[in-house]
Design a protein around this ligand. Structure first.
Ligand SMILES: [Zn+2]
Length: 77
């Protein structure tokens, strides 16, 4: 699958969970990552906060987070 990368000022790495993420090469701050549901490349502000999650964010983006199955469970949970 082709990865859509952000601006070249970010370095892209892959974490142990197989999630691509981008970090600022000067500050090493994580700025973007790949949603593990839709596989879209998104900036961190498009993820809900999660204390345990990678970069302190959920593994699924806000858009996926809103999607639930017919039992009301989060599809990615
Ligand atoms: Zn998503």
């Amino acid at each position: 699958m082709a990865q859509r990368l952000p601006k070249r000022t970010y370095a892209v790495e892959i974490n142990q969970a197989g999630i691509f993420y981008g970090y600022d090469q000067k500050t090493y701050e994580i700025v973007a990552k790949q949603c593990n549901r839709c596989n879209e490349w998104r900036f961190l502000n498009q993820f809900n906060n999660a204390g345990k999650g990678f970069a302190g964010k959920h593994s699924a983006c806000k858009k996926c987070h809103r999607k639930r199955d017919r039992w009301g469970r989060l599809l990615w949970a």
